[in-house]
Each structure stands twice: as structure tokens, then as C-alpha cells.
Write a protein that binds this ligand. Structure first.
Ligand code: HXC
Length: 481
């Protein structure tokens, strides 16, 4: 049996915790806690610890608070004592200003304890909210997490789900069947794939418990212990060579290759990769310092911003701002996704979240326009006017109210009706006179036009020069979006 399998079966109730934390660093608190319930013969089932392991430990040498639900004790179900133990650890972390990691694997509210169990969730949710933006909170879902219980992970900063074992849903397959007559499997309703791609609940998916715990350690490496500290420095690395991107603006490319040419090699950790893939977000490092990267992805929907992309990027920007990670924004955006579907679903209200998040952010903010930046999407993507500290553009980029084809149809409509053969001439003229990056550079909307292969060095130097703008302290929460 592999180490990963051992962790999966939780033969040892401490196995998952030990696999997560630094060796010999775990101090358990409340191992002898037992419920005092007598209803339904519960006095005969009083496992020590009440179905959850709680305590403090170190990860990468830094203190963390943690709780790990134990599915082998009362199904990991949450009763009053179980909830009190989790609430105590959240209070401990608030006072000690340390991250909290929760390993979730539970049958949900302990049915025999009724409303006392439900109130236990309320106590946890209230503390998740109180800690939001103050200390990092990471939820690792290693088994069932059903009913209202799902809202604790949803309130935390990062959700990691174990493929095949983790399930998250507000109402289970049986209730769905009773109410809507729809037959749906656990996996199709709330498996890791669904939450990684369709709902966006899961930031990361791991193949087994061992990799989920390894991912947790990696995520914590980008984050400070609290908003009152800076993220830990790592050894500086070099970037990969900057790839050439297609000059034809209609030809897609993978913006993650450009990210690779900007950040320290191997440091990029993409989050929510399969959800709203038209925008890429993730942690990385520049010269060993943690940063957050937001980039339009021309491979998907031509990099347009839509509702899901706006909400995904908005929450990421707020996460980075809360925990002092400078923002590096790479722009190649033709605009917001047009259509009745997006308008009716609230692209105005939801697109505003991204705009709000960037405008509000106090961390150092650098933008590079790679190929195009049009209209409202140009402004939203961390433009100078929204408060970016520095905005650069590559020489071939186009920045304008809209693309040339659409623009000439508006401003040369009469001329083109009279003489359609002039179309290419006016398109070329518009491109030259209204779209080239030296035009916004003349009025300081772009600070400098820079070559692709000097981008890494210029962004790194800019961030270095902005170190004084990194002022640890509480700024805001990380409200779910
Ligand atoms: C009390 C529970 C329990 C629960 C499991 N157990 N869930 N006890 N309350 N919610 C107990 C079982 O009785 C059993 O006890 C032991 O845990 C193991 O459970 P099994 O069913 O044998 O295990 P398994 O086959 O692995 O199935 C796991 C499971 C299933 C999928 C989680 O137990 C299940 O569906 N449980 C109910 C889930 C649920 O509907 N929960 C309420 C959700 S609503 P013994 O003594 O036989 O070993 C909710 C509201 C939260 O949580 C609201 C917050 C605001």
C-alpha cells in the first residue's frame, strides 16, 4: 500500500495531519473531548475527540492552526463538541495570527444532535467570516462535505478537492430526485470535476490525499501568516525565455507561456484552471517574492471577459490585496463578451466586481498590454486610470475604444457606403492613428513601450522599486464572489 493510500483510508486518525505538517510539529488540543448527548442511545457512542482532530503545528517552519475531521468516528459528523473544537482553533488562529487549514471529510450535521449541530456550523461560519482577509484559510475536502456544511469551505480563501473521494453539494442526489425528478450521481452533482470546471468552487484538484496535502503546503508558501506580515521570501530564480506570440491578432496562443517568460521558472501555480479559462489567475514569484498573476487567455473565447471570468479574477485580486501579493496583469483582451445571455445574467453588475477589486487594491500593481486592449475591458484590466503603478505595452499592441474593423464601420459609415473599396485604407489609417501604443504613451496611459524580451527584467525592477508600497495590515475581507 502506498503512502497516499494509507492517508486515504485514515487507519490512523492522525495520518493526514502528520502528512500535512512539518515532522514532530503537531500539538493536539482537545483529544479527550466527548459529546454529552444521551438521545438516541448516543451515550454508547462517545469517541475521544468527537470526530475531529484539532491542534497547532508548523508548515515550512511557520505556525498554523488546523482541524481534520475523522470519518472513522461517528462518520466525522459535526455535533456541538466537534464544532466547539473547530471554533476554538479558529479563535486560536485569530489571536496567534496564523493560517488555518481544515481537512473536511464528514457526514454533515450530526443528526442526533439536531439544532445544536446546525448552530455549530453557524459558530464556524461566523468565525470564517471574522478571519477573512486577516489570516489565510485553506479548506481541503477529502470526502463528503454536504448540506450547509459546504459554506465553510466557500467562505475560505482556497478550496482543494480530492478527485473521486470529495463531494460537495447543498442538496444530495436523493433530495434532488425527490424535488426535481432528476437522476444524478454524486460525482455529477458535486464531484471535484464539476467544482473545478463548472461551478468554480474548487481552486485545485488532487488525485489523492497525499497530493492534496502537498498542494496545501505549496499554497501556504505563497501566503503570509497573516495580513500583518509579508509573504515569505524564496530563493530568486530566472524566468524561462519569452516566447514569440502571433502578430496576427486573430491567432490564439497560450498566455501561460508568456507568464512563464515573466515569473521565476516553475513558480506559477494556476488556480481554477478549468473554470472561466478565458482568464488565467495564479500565484507565482518574481525574484523570490510572491505575486499574483491575472492574464487574459486568447485560447478561450478569444480572451473576452465574461461573468465567470470577472468574478474569478475579482476574488483573486481581492485575495492578493488582502495578503500583500503584488499584482502582475497581462492584457490581451478584445472586450467583454457580447450577447443577451451575458447582459441578462448581469455582466454589468458582475463585471463591476473586477473593476472594483483592481481599483480598490493597494498592493503594487503592474500591467503589460501584450497584443490588444479594447474598450471597457482595457480599463478594467488594471489600467493606469484605475490606479496601476506602472503600465507597459509591447510595440505591436493595439489599444483603442474598439477594434479597427468595428470602428471604421461607425466613423466612416457614409464614406464606405459610397466607396466600399476604401475599406482597407481607412482600417490601416485607424490602426496607425488611433491604436498604436505610442499614442496612449504620449498621454501617460502607458508608461513605456517595452520589448517582449525585456519584460521580465522591467516588471521585476518595477516591483522592486515598489517595495515601500507593501504595507502589511488589514485592508479588507475576501468576500465570496
Ligand atoms: C450522525 C452520521 C452522519 C450524520 C454519518 N453518520 N453521517 N451520524 N449524523 N450526519 C454515521 C453513520 O450512522 C455511521 O455510524 C457512520 O457515521 C459511518 O457512516 P456510513 O453511512 O456507514 O458511511 P459511508 O457509507 O462511508 O457513507 C458516508 C456518508 C453517509 C455518505 C457521509 O453516512 C451519509 O449520507 N450521511 C448522511 C449525510 C447527510 O445527509 N448529512 C446531513 C447533511 S445536512 P455507525 O454507528 O453505523 O458506524 C447538513 C446541514 C448543515 O449537514 C447545515 C449547516 C448550516
Amino acid at each position: 500500500m502506498s503512502a497516499a493510500d494509507l492517508i486515504d483510508v485514515t487507519e490512523d486518525r492522525l495520518a493526514r495531519v502528520q502528512a500535512l505538517v512539518d515532522p514532530d510539529s503537531f500539538t493536539e488540543l482537545g483529544s479527550q473531548a466527548r459529546h454529552r448527548v444521551t438521545a438516541f442511545d448516543m451515550q454508547r457512542k462517545r469517541p475521544a475527540g468527537d470526530g475531529v482532530v484539532t491542534g497547532t503545528a508548523r508548515i515550512h517552519g511557520r505556525p498554523v492552526g488546523l482541524f481534520a475531521q475523522d470519518p472513522t468516528a461517528l462518520g466525522g459528523s459535526l455535533g456541538e463538541m466537534h464544532a466547539t473544537k473547530i471554533a476554538r482553533i479558529l479563535d486560536y488562529a485569530a489571536r496567534a495570527r496564523t493560517p488555518v487549514v481544515g481537512l473536511l471529510d464528514s457526514g454533515g450535521a450530526r443528526i442526533q444532535e439536531g439544532v445544536a449541530a446546525l448552530d455549530g456550523y453557524g459558530e464556524i461560519f461566523r468565525r470564517n467570516v471574522a478571519l477573512s482577509g486577516r489570516v489565510p484559510q485553506i479548506s481541503v475536502v477529502l470526502g463528503p462535505c454536504a448540506g450547509g456544511a459546504v459554506y465553510s469551505p466557500a467562505l475560505t480563501d482556497i478550496v482543494i478537492m480530492q478527485r473521486d473521494r470529495a463531494h460537495m453539494f447543498v442538496t444530495g442526489p436523493r433530495v434532488v430526485k425527490a424535488v426535481t425528478f432528476e437522476d444524478v450521481s454524486l460525482a455529477d452533482l458535486g464531484g471535484a470535476e464539476v467544482h473545478a470546471s463548472a461551478s468554480g468552487v474548487a481552486h485545485l484538484v488532487a488525485d489523492d490525499a497525499g497530493s492534496a496535502l502537498e498542494m496545501t503546503r505549496r499554497v501556504l508558501g505563497y501566503l503570509p501568516s497573516s495580513c500583518w506580515e509579508l509573504p515569505p521570501p524564496y530563493a530568486p530564480g530566472d524566468a524561462l525565455p519569452m516566447p514569440a506570440i502571433p502578430t496576427d491578432h486573430r491567432v490564439p496562443y497560450d498566455v501561460r507561456e508568456v507568464i512563464g517568460g515573466v515569473v521565476d521558472a516553475g513558480s506559477f501555480l494556476e488556480l481554477q484552471a478549468a473554470f472561466a479559462a478565458n482568464v488565467v489567475v495564479g500565484f507565482a514569484r518574481m525574484e523570490g517574492q510572491a505575486v499574483g498573476v491575472v492574464a487574459n487567455q486568447p485560447l478561450v473565447l478569444a480572451g473576452c471577459l465574461d461573468i465567470n471570468a470577472s468574478e474569478k479574477a475579482a476574488r483573486f485580486v481581492r485575495l492578493c490585496d488582502a495578503f500583500g501579493l503584488p499584482l502582475v496583469t497581462l492584457v490581451d483582451v478584445p472586450g467583454f463578451l457580447p450577447g443577451t445571455g451575458q447582459e441578462a445574467a448581469g455582466i454589468i453588475r458582475k463585471g463591476a466586481k473586477l473593476l472594483y477589486a483592481f481599483a480598490e487594491a493597494k498592493v503594487p500593481r503592474v500591467t503589460v498590454v501584450l497584443r490588444k486592449a479594447f474598450g471597457g475591458a482595457y480599463i478594467v484590466m488594471n489600467s493606469k486610470s484605475l490606479g496601476a503603478d506602472a503600465a507597459f505595452s509591447w510595440p505591436g499592441a493595439e489599444l483603442a475604444v474598439m477594434g479597427a474593423e468595428g470602428a471604421v464601420d461607425v466613423i466612416y459609415r457614409r464614406e464606405l457606403e459610397a466607396d466600399p473599396s476604401r475599406r482597407q485604407e481607412v482600417v490601416d489609417r485607424y490602426r496607425a492613428e488611433a491604436m498604436a501604443p505610442h499614442i496612449p504613451a504620449q498621454r501617460l496611459s502607458i508608461d513605456e513601450v517595452i520589448a517582449p524580451d525585456e519584460t521580465r527584467q522591467i516588471v521585476a525592477a518595477t516591483l522592486r522599486s515598489l517595495t515601500g508600497a507593501l504595507r502589511p495590515g488589514f485592508r479588507h475581507d475576501n468576500l465570496p464572489q
